[in-house]
Structure formats: C-alpha cells, structure tokens
Design a protein around this ligand. Structure first.
Ligand SMILES: Cc1ncc(COP(=O)(O)O)c(C=O)c1O
Length: 410
C-alpha cells in the first residue's frame, strides 16, 4: 500500500547529508586563523590564498582569469559590468533561473528579456532566443539549469552572427561539459555561485567570475572592487563599483573544495545514471531529456512525468513519492517573469527603470509568457539527489518512484 494511503514507506530512515565540509576545510581555515593570531595580521583579501585559489580555478578550466567574489549574484553583476554594455538596452535572460541570475541585468539598467525554453528542457533554446533578439539586444545570458548544459553550439552561432556576447551562468553546473567543452569556457565570460549548496563551495556564500579574455578579466576585477586600477599603472579608481570582493578565508576553503570537485561530479553522475537505469522501463516517468553531447552534473534531477500517463497530477505524484520518504520537490518554478519585482518593475523604485528609461527604445509593454518553460516546470518534479547517496539510497528512490508510478498508472 502507498505511504500516502497509510502503507509503510519505502524509506523510513533519513537520506545521508552531503557532508560537504570536513576536516580538511576546518584545518585550512584554522591554519589561516593560527597565522593571524601568531602574526597579529588580520585575514585579508587578494592575498596568497585568494590568488592561489583563483589560479587553480582558472587552471581547472584550462587557463584564463578568475575573480573570487562574494556570491553568484555578484559574479553575474560583475561579468555584465565588465562587458560595459550601454544602459537602456536589452539582455536576453534564461526562462527558468534563480533571481540572482536575472536581477543583475536590471541593476545595470538593462531590460531583462526572457527567452523561452527549448521544448522539454529547463534551458533556453536557440530558436527561442532568436525570437526575442531585437536591435536593442546587448548580450545573452545562458544558464545551465540543474547542471544540464544548454544546447550551446547553435546559441553561440546565433550570438556570433549578431555580434552579441554570451554570458554563461554556471551557478548550478560546475564541471558540466557540452561536446567535451567545460561550461564556462564557451561564452565570453562566466558567472559561478560557490555558496554551500552548490557542487563547489568557497564557504556559506561565494561566487567566481571566469573568463579567457584577459582584458575583460581585468575589467571585471576592477569593477568588483570599486574600480581599483588593477592591471593599470599609476591611476586612481577608474570606475564606480561596489565592493564585491571574496577573501582569503573563502579562498582557502575553496582550494580544498576544488580538489574534491571531480569526485563530487563523479558521484552525482553515478547517482543520476543509476536512477535513469532504474526508470528505463518505468512507463510515464523518466529523467529529463538532455541535448546531444551533454555531460551533466545534476545539481538536481528532473523527473519528467509523461502527459496522460497517470490518473493523478504531477504534484500529487510528487507528494506520494515524498510520502515514501524520498527527498522530492513538487516543482522548480523559478520563472523570472512571474516574480513580483519583475512584474511590478521594482528595480529602482519609485521609478519603473530600466523599462521606463527615457532612452529605452524597445517595447515597454512586451510580455514573455515562456510557454515551453511553463510546460516544463509543470511536467517535472525534482529529486534532490547528491553525491553522498549510496547505491542503496538510489535503489530506495527508484523503488519509491516505481511503486507510485505502478499504483497510479492510467
Ligand atoms: C542559475 C543561478 N544563477 C545565479 C544564482 C545566484 O547565486 P548566489 O545564490 O550565489 O548569489 C543561483 C543561485 O542558486 C543560480 O542557481
């Protein structure tokens, strides 16, 4: 009997914790504190640890420049700031993303324009991006949601043909690959979140801006620290900016974490592959469709519920799986255009800037329904997997999914 109907749940014990931080991170942080106590010097920023971390982060991508900042939101803000996009234009944004993947656009006085998802996915598709490009478009932000790379080749081709920079939002996708290329290396600049819920963390909050364009890297670095003239000789602060710096304590944690990233990714792939195998002959449930050439890292796992396959709704199915003791979210509904700040244009209140900027020549009343994205979020629920799941944990999750699917199959 299903647990929702009073039966025994498949799983009665908690799933394992991620245990992301361990003795090594503690030792690294303590060593910094020990040094600070012994020397009398404070723990700072842009010191040896941060420099080493940034070099290691860049090397992990095969070279380039990295700048540790204080959040993924800041990383995107800095990446866009480094590009020096003229205000009162438009930036294409993902159809489904965290607010931190969109608000930086508006805070640069640029109008965020959502492109719809490629059918069946949570990521923007090339046709959908092409649909919203206008003469006012200044850049395209592409997010790799859930650790699944967007279908980048056609997007990059489109962007090149329109001379538009692509900014990759890799907050959920550290180490994902597309046709062998690491995410973050395909656009002109990438923004990472390194807060403690992500694959790779520099502490409770953090982020990294990464680029292979040295000039852009220096511009980002200056903009993330009040326009200090990094890389320029004998000049004063060259541009207005906030203090969005990372610091040596975050960096020292990040260095330990970076060494663990490959095994974290391997763990996530192991879990996702075993779930995919477990659901292979389970009619009606499937892990989400991924583009050809994608090597995902699964920040979460989308479970697709086929239309008409069950007698209950997707939300009810998710609730039944959850009742079996499995960590499930009924939905990942983060459509920027549905949020209050976006709908009510509250970026620089009481004005309606950037939409209301006198210089904005685009369509102020345009709406972006993103039907594919709505269909995607309404037909998937979320399995909150992570690398610490054992095969037995995965098998419980599969057993619960199959039990619920068998009970409700139409
Ligand atoms: C796709 C995406 N972009 C940006 C962010 C913002 O990152 P942060 O929370 O580190 O500011 C997140 C956070 O989860 C995200 O998932």
């Amino acid at each position: 009997m299903l647990a929702v109907d009073g039966g025994t749940p498949v799983r009665t014990t908690p799933f394992p914790k991620r245990a992301l931080f361990g003795d090594q991170e503690r030792a690294a942080a303590m060593a910094l504190f020990d040094h600070a106590v012994e020397s009398g010097n404070p723990i700072g920023y842009n010191g040896a640890e941060e420099t080493a971390y940034e070099q290691e982060f860049a090397s992990w991508h095969g070279g380039g420049m990295a700048d540790l900042v204080n959040s993924g939101t800041s990383a995107l803000y800095v990446a866009l700031g480094g590009l020096e996009l003229a205000p009162a234009g438009e930036v294409v944004i993902p159809p489904i993303t965290d607010p931190g993947g969109v608000m930086p656009v508006a805070l640069h006085n640029l109008v965020p324009v959502p492109a719809d998802a490629a059918p069946g996915t949570f990521n923007a598709g090339v046709d959908q991006i092409a649909d919203v490009i206008t003469p006012h478009t200044r850049a395209i932000v592409v997010a790799h949601i859930a650790g699944e790379p967007a279908d980048m080749d056609p997007i990059l081709e489109l962007a090149a043909s329109r001379d538009l920079p692509v900014v990759e939002d890799c907050a959920q996708a550290h180490g994902a690959r597309y046709h062998g290329k690491l995410v973050g290396t395909m656009g002109v600049v990438a923004a990472y979140s390194t807060m403690s819920g992500k694959h790779h963390a520099t502490g409770p909050q953090g982020g990294v801006v990464y680029t292979q364009d040295e000039d852009l890297g220096w511009r980002c670095r200056r903009f993330s620290d009040r326009g200090k003239p990094f890389g320029l000789e004998g000049r004063s602060n060259v541009r207005a900016g906030l203090n969005l710096n990372g610091n040596d304590l975050a960096a020292t944690v990040g260095r330990v974490q970076l060494a663990k990233l490959e095994s974290i990714i391997a763990g996530r792939r192991r879990v996702a592959a075993r779930i995919a195998r477990g659901l292979a002959d389970c009619d009606g449930l499937d892990i989400g469709h991924e583009p050809e050439g994608a090597e995902s890292v699964y920040w979460f796992l989308r479970i697709a519920v086929a239309e008409g396959a069950f007698s209950l709704s997707k939300v009810e199915i998710a609730a039944a799986v959850s009742a079996e003791g499995i960590p499930v979210n009924p939905t990942y509904r983060h459509l920027p255009a549905e949020a209050e700040w976006f709908r009510e244009r509250k970026v620089f209140p009481p004005s309606d800037y950037p939409w209301g900027l006198p210089d904005y020549a685009g369509d102020r009343d345009a709406v972006y329904p993103c039907d594919n994205a709505v269909t995607a979020v309404e037909s998937h629920f979320i399995l909150s997997i992570h690398e610490s799941w054992s095969d037995a944990d995965v098998d419980d999750a599969v057993a619960a999914l199959r039990k619920v699917a068998d009970a409700y199959r139409a």
